[in-house]
Design a protein around this ligand. Sequence first.
Ligand SMILES: NC(=O)c1ccc[n+]([C@@H]2O[C@H](COP(=O)([O-])OP(=O)(O)OC[C@H]3O[C@@H](n4cnc5c(N)ncnc54)[C@H](O)[C@@H]3O)[C@@H](O)[C@H]2O)c1
Length: 405
Amino acid sequence: MKEQLITLIEQPEELRSSLTTLLPMLRAISGGYPAVFISEKNNTLPSLVNMVFESGDISPDAVKNAYAKADLDDAAHASALLICGDSTALISLSPICYCDAVKCGKAILAAADGDKSLLDTYTVPNVCNAPKRLKGKVAIVTGAAQGFGAGIADSMAAEGAHIVIADLNAEGAKAAAESLCEKYGPHAAVSVTANVSDEDSVKAMVDAAVLAFGGLDILVNNAGIVRAGSLAEMQKKDFELVAAVNYTAYFLCTKYSVIPMKAARAVCPDLTADIIEINSKSGLAGSNKNFAYAGSKFGGIGLTQSFALELAEYGIKVNAVCPGNFLDGPLWSDPEKGLFVQYLNAGKVPGAKTIDDVRKFYESKVPLGRGCRTEDVVRAIFYIVEQQYETGQAIPVTGGQEMLK
Ligand SMILES: NC(=O)c1ccc[n+]([C@@H]2O[C@H](COP(=O)([O-])OP(=O)(O)OC[C@H]3O[C@@H](n4cnc5c(N)ncnc54)[C@H](O)[C@@H]3O)[C@@H](O)[C@H]2O)c1
């Protein structure tokens, strides 16, 4: 039985598809204190345990009934309750970190064998009780290893959100998540290696988010790439790559993210969730010799409006943020392959002799006189999450460079 338990804890693959809807329901019903109940005592929480791991009935009504019948005195306030033989451990934190359930399970098994030294190690205190704008919300931020995504993830974690840093760059994602945990506490972030243009990878990303934090409230669809070039220069493979990462991936990330969002809403009709696309000013107006990018971003606004119509009945708001040029970010400022260097070398800015000349040229196009910064984008994201009466919008954050018609 012990071996079965640890197998269950460590290898949830078989259960993943049901956990991706079940955990969000439990988290929603319990008001943010989700629970994984793993028990080998049949007299403890039997209906819930059976329902989770045996009955296979995870319809909203079945989950609500099982939760109502379960004896949840302590467990209602615990994220993880693991019972093995005579040893019991409660981890009290919000929201659940599945990794902690695994560590906790191992500690209990060790205790059952007489080694109690690990038990205390896994009692994790609540990180912060101060009021925060995104407290307890779970967010995936794609492409968050660097650039806008990293800054967005940091600002959201600072406001109490639990972040899944999802990026193709595994090392960068891991480092970014570790940095957030150092700054904001052990459950601020986890990293997932993901290719947002690959369907299996996106599905695994959403499953990992739910297993880490019990549900999903916000998707920030940020990962994006640029391949500029004229009609004569542009290769089909580059055009298709831009479309795959900027356009198709938005469809895939939304398709899988709404699964846990809808599950939570099915048991808690007041809940709302957010899909937020980081679009671009190039999604609002054409971009000379940059049509692959602009086309993918225009398409993103079509998806935003259409998803908004489809998902409104589930309380899922869908909006886009359209930033202007992030002149301080790596895309522009990288000293070797950044756009400033590229444009200087290509003579794209007439008369420019230095990188500074190129920068000034782009700043002069902005009525408010500077490039877009992460904090400008973050303000729009907070507005979108807090505003309960708007969906399907594309919000310009361009310093006045693009204005809505
Ligand atoms: N930089 C700008 O001036 C600017 C302006 C407006 C909008 N945007 C948009 O903001 C978003 C972020 O841009 P940025 O400048 O921060 O970019 P960036 O190049 O600095 O970072 C992009 C991140 O996405 C990751 N990524 C790329 N392809 C991926 C894939 N297939 N799967 C998962 N991750 C992938 C990269 O590894 C990287 O960490 C993009 O959607 C971009 O179009 C950028």
